[in-house]
Design a binder for this molecule. Structure first.
Ligand code: AMP
Ligand code: MG
Length: 495
């Protein structure tokens, strides 16, 4: 395949061989399946700038053809990667990129490298029974959510563009196919290591770890045994603990924390039936196929540690059991510190006090008992002055038992007064609590408009989510929960 316009900026893009250099054991060489008559649904100039793409490239036909997987620049060797994974606790010995194809890496002038994957670009050797496609609905959800996460300060893969098409795809109903361009320094998963370990290929595990250290763990570059591989495990444990602490403070439920969806870089990866907590409910299960609630919101930290344990097992040929235990022992304190500091920031507290854990837990208990709207409550914290005000009444009205909140607010004000510096409290809280969160009904409205051919709502929501802390004129409705009586959005894995 060749690009349409030889002189286009798109045809001049250069994809380096990244992960694929490791060889045929690790990837299958695979050309994307063309998407008929593609058009651009969304384009993200922020991510384009990260990649140093020339301004206006999205207006080139060749770019749309590239984003659809129809024509890649000359010399590009596109690949799908093999991996395995624990899915809902059971080991599946072979998964892999069943509907994602990597074009290779783009190196930016700042010395950063990004792998560009086309998600939904047709079958690969790892598609099993799948059609290799993604639907417009799921690409919009991933596009909006990954950008929202980034702007909430949560590590994530990024989204560059969506190419749409009228091509029908069968899910529970017939939907239309789309391809998401997603970007990350690496999409390596815990499951990649598991694949080679359980296939009895210790040499490949070592190749993989050395590749990962060399590319993505500069602090370990040049390290040697003993200690090199245990330090690698520990670094991933720490990144994972930090990631999940950020999910918990933001009220984000991933939905499918299988080990094949866990990034070794500590990025949020593979957006499927995710959900942001609205009415606060610790046992919230956003994935309607998760009957046992394995990936319930409040189980995420425990599952993350379980997944780190699975990774440690996959590194068993390189790291002793004792060293693995030490590395895994770093999870809980790291999670706790990151969670407490995230919650303190949400409360505008900039120093640590011994009573903080109790204060935070009591608030979360009260929110849970009232099933109060999590984003609405925290967005109001910045405006809580040192004295009770009409805002107290409005917040108390969110609680069936208003006295519980009043008592909590009194304790909170004493704590905040001890810290002093009210302007700083308010500024800290308003920088930590988004006004605009990707509520399911907002995503759904944008999806339905896009399915009808109007992409304006995707763009509007993207603009709010990339700048979620500031009030945007005319956007009050986007900060509110779904209207009472709205049909709840059912999110399944079929994406
Ligand atoms: P996920 O639940 O999206 O993380 O996917 C789990 C596994 O199923 C991965 O190996 C995916 O590549 C594969 N998969 C998911 N959807 C499809 C599809 N439509 N076609 C082919 N493979 C798929
Ligand atoms: Mg996945």
């Amino acid at each position: 395949m060749t690009t349409r316009a030889a002189s286009s900026e798109t045809s001049r893009l250069h994809f380096d061989q990244g992960y694929a250099r490791l060889g045929a054991e690790f990837v299958e060489e695979r050309t994307p399946t063309p998407l008929p008559a593609p058009y651009l649904v969304a384009f993200n100039p922020d991510v384009a700038a990260l990649l140093d793409l020339p301004p206006g490239i999205e207006r080139e036909t060749a770019f749309v053809e590239l984003a659809a997987g129809n024509a890649v620049p000359p010399g590009t060797k596109s690949t799908a990667a093999v991996y395995a994974g624990h899915q809902f606790g059971s080991y599946v010995p072979q998964l892999g990129d069943g509907r994602a194809i990597s074009l290779g890496e783009i190196a930016s002038a700042r010395g950063e490298r990004f792998e560009w994957q086309l998600k939904g670009s047709g079958t690969t050797a790892f598609s099993r029974f799948g059609d290799g496609r993604a639907v417009l609905r799921s690409t919009i959800r991933e596009y909006l959510c990954s950008e929202a996460m980034h702007h909430l300060g949560i590590p994530t893969t990024r989204a560059l563009a969506i190419a749409g098409s009228r091509e029908p795809v069968q899910r529970e109903t017939v939907e239309s196919a789309a391809v998401l361009s997603r970007i990350a320094p690496s999409h390596l998963r815990f499951g990649t290591f598991e694949y080679f370990h359980y296939a009895g290929n210790a040499e490949a595990v070592k190749t993989l770890v050395d590749y990962a250290i060399d590319g993505f763990f500069p602090e370990l570059k040049g390290s040697s045994q003993p200690g090199r591989y245990a330090a690698f495990l520990r670094a991933i444990v720490l990144r994972t603990a930090d990631l999940v602490a950020r999910w918990q403070t933001a009220g984000f439920a991933h939905g499918v924390m299988n080990t094949d969806n866990m990034s070794i870089l500590g990025l949020t990866l593979d957006y499927g039936p995710f959900g942001f907590m609205e009415a606060y409910e610790p046992g919230f299960v956003c994935n309607h196929s998760d009957y046992g609630g394995r990936y319930a919101f409040d189980r995420q930290p425990g599952v993350a540690l379980w997944n780190c344990r699975a990774l440690a097992a996959a590194l068993g040929s390189l790291v002793t059991k004792a060293d693995a235990e030490t590395a895994l022992g770093a999870f809980e304190p790291a999670f706790r510190d990151a969670f407490l500091s995230g919650m303190r920031a949400k409360l505008g507290l900039s120093n640590a006090q011994p009573e903080d854990p109790r204060l935070i837990v009591d608030l979360l208990d009260a929110l849970a008992a009232a099933r109060a709207d999590y984003p609405t409550f925290f967005a109001a914290v910045a405006e809580l002055g040192p004295e009770p005000s009409p805002l107290d009444q409005r917040l108390a009205a969110m609680f069936g038992e208003p006295q519980t909140l009043r008592a909590w607010l009194a304790r909170y004000r004493i704590r905040a007064a001890r810290q002093g510096d009210e302007p700083r409290r308010a500024a800290t809280a308003s920088a930590a609590n988004p006004r605009y969160v990707l509520r399911n009904h907002l995503a759904q409205t944008a999806i339905e408009a896009a399915e009808a051919g109007d992409f304006g709502e995707v763009e509007r929501l993207w603009k709010l989510l990339r700048d979620p802390y500031r009030e945007h004129p005319g956007a009050a409705a986007y900060a509110r929960p779904a209207p009472a009586g709205a049909v709840p959005v059912c999110v399944s894995c079929s994406s």
